[in-house]
Design a protein around this ligand. Structure first.
Ligand code: D5M
Ligand code: FE
Ligand code: ZN
Length: 475
């Protein structure tokens, strides 16, 4: 059904003896209502002068200045994806391999630091009993604060060492260490026995200039659609998808849409979820999702990564949403199904996508971090060079032989979701984006005090790194 304004514009042209190509009609539908009459009259006037009585897509695009830019680059590549590497090692030996891999990978990362040359194994440090400064590294196994001191215990394959932090500034760094996170410690043996921690060195990321696209191509960052939930904002999301086909100059240059997990609300994810669902099965939720996403123009790469509400497996790393639930996603040319976490390249800009499940564990135990500032948690992950360090809390972690949650390569953009709150910041040249949600506040979220920022799309110019947000929420 054409809306009234488009019908009026169409009739105006038909009455002047014009034919209108169906593709041109699509463009007219995207023009702002108040501009329609002006646009059609001008195009008719120009074409009458040329004595050409067919109005096609090209005429309108030229007039509106939105002609598809053939020089605009849109190169998509998947740089890393856990899906094919998932082996599902099992049990205790699996976890031993996982932690050995974590230690080896992070030790390699920290080896760029000058102090790393002085690293000794924990057993050899214990054996020497020297009062000189020494360096050890390992995974944090305990951390406690009491009576003005902070204690930290680390473990490497040779042994376990507990140290005490007296320095106030260093206590602040130590207090936010996460269990199972990798650290390097500068220590010395105290005269009374035990060890004093004199420095805490994190793997961290180096300061660097980011890779940029050669052309003004745009990418949109989304997550947490929760399709199937009663609280999914269908109308707003449809408006967003329609905007991608509109004459808006940024929409015309958008070539990437990244979805960072929780596409669907899932089934049996939380108690009594069935009462909050519009679509009661995974299959119906995914088919609704496909209907909505397949309206995204075909010249846009759509990257689809799972979250904790999507099917596949719950434990990290998660494989891409399996084909057996809905093969359409896998058979659509411009759709790219990736696991969680994945690194993709958009015109050379490297984007690390991670749903963000571990944020729950980290917020719970870390002073100063909260759900309303998710980028601060993301910065913590970048410093730790690990996306989900804490084992045995809320976030399930699979016993893989390789720890794929280590941040091996430093991205240009770190895209996370899960928290349902839009947030942005820059850390050492890395643009951190938390992409919010398309689900209204749920009763659960309101009971735990989470105020989401739904219905906003974050849009990045991949050349200038200028960030825009577009609000589709109806207030
Ligand atoms: O997560 C939606 C939001 O709810 C996000 O901010 C995390 C938060 N969340 C999820 N589970 C919990 C628990 N168990 N306690 C506190 N906060 C939580 P989503 O993954 O979309 O359900
Ligand atoms: Fe979510
Ligand atoms: Zn989530």
């Amino acid at each position: 059904m054409l809306n009234r304004e488009v019908s009026l514009a169409l009739n105006y042209a038909l009455n002047k003896g014009f034919q209108i190509h169906p593709d041109a009609l699509k463009i007219l539908e995207g023009v702002q209502i108040e501009d329609l009459q002006h646009v059609i009259k001008e195009v008719v006037r120009q074409k009458t002068r040329q004595k050409l009585f067919l109005i096609n897509q090209d005429d309108l695009e030229t007039f509106l200045g939105i002609k598809e830019d053939a020089t605009l680059k849109s190169e998509f590549r998947i740089l890393s994806d856990p899906s094919s590497k998932i082996t599902s090692a099992e049990g205790v030996s699996g976890y031993n391999m996982l932690f050995a891999s974590r230690l080896a990978k992070l030790k390699k990362i920290i080896s760029n630091r000058p102090e790393a040359r002085l690293l000794k194994s924990i057993s050899s440090v214990i054996a020497t009993k020297s009062e000189d400064d020494m360096y050890v590294s390992g995974l944090v196994t305990e951390r406690s604060s009491e009576r003005n001191v902070v204690r930290v215990t680390v473990e490497d394959p040779t042994g376990v060492l507990e140290g005490i932090v007296f320095d106030k500034d260093l206590q602040q760094v130590s207090e936010v260490l996460l269990i199972d996170q990798y650290v390097m410690l500068k220590i010395s043996a105290s005269k009374k026995g035990g060890y004093i921690i004199k420095d805490v060195i994190l793997p961290d990321i180096p300061d660097k200039a980011s890779n940029r696209s050669e052309t003004d191509t745009y990418a949109v960052f989304l997550s947490d659609l929760h399709i199937g939930s009663k609280y999914f904002m269908e109308k707003e999301f449809e408006d967003f998808v329609a905007w991608l086909s509109s004459p808006d100059p940024i929409a015309r240059k958008t070539r990437f849409v990244l979805i960072g997990g929780d596409l669907v609300d899932g089934v049996g994810i939380y108690p009594n979820q069935d009462k909050e669902l519009d679509f009661p099965t995974i299959e119906s939720q995914l088919s609704k999702t496909y209907d909505l996403l397949s309206k995204i123009p075909k010249n846009i790469h759509v990257v689809i990564m799972p979250g904790n509400h999507d099917p596949g497996r719950r434990a990290l790393p998660q494989p891409a949403i399996p084909k057996k639930y809905n093969s359409d996603f896998w058979e659509t040319q411009n759709f790219h199904m990736v696991g969680n976490p994945s690194m993709v390249s958009l015109n050379g800009v490297r984007v690390l996508m991670f749903h963000g499940q571990s944020i729950d564990d980290i917020v719970k135990v870390t002073p100063g971090l909260s759900y309303d500032k998710p980028v601060n948690v993301m910065k913590h992950l970048l410093k730790a060079r690990h996306m989900s360090p804490v084992y045995g809390s809320q976030t399930p972690i699979a016993p893989e032989s390789e720890d794929m949650m280590v941040i091996d390569e430093v991205p240009d953009v770190f895209h996370v979701g899960h928290v349902h709150v839009i947030d942005l910041d820059l850390y050492r040249g890395v643009l951190m984006i938390n992409s919010g949600t398309w689900q209204n506040q749920t009763p659960f979220q309101s009971s735990v005090g989470i105020t989401p920022t739904p219905g906003l799309a974050i849009i990045l110019n991949l050349k200038t790194f200028k960030v825009y947000s577009k609000d589709f929420s109806v207030r």
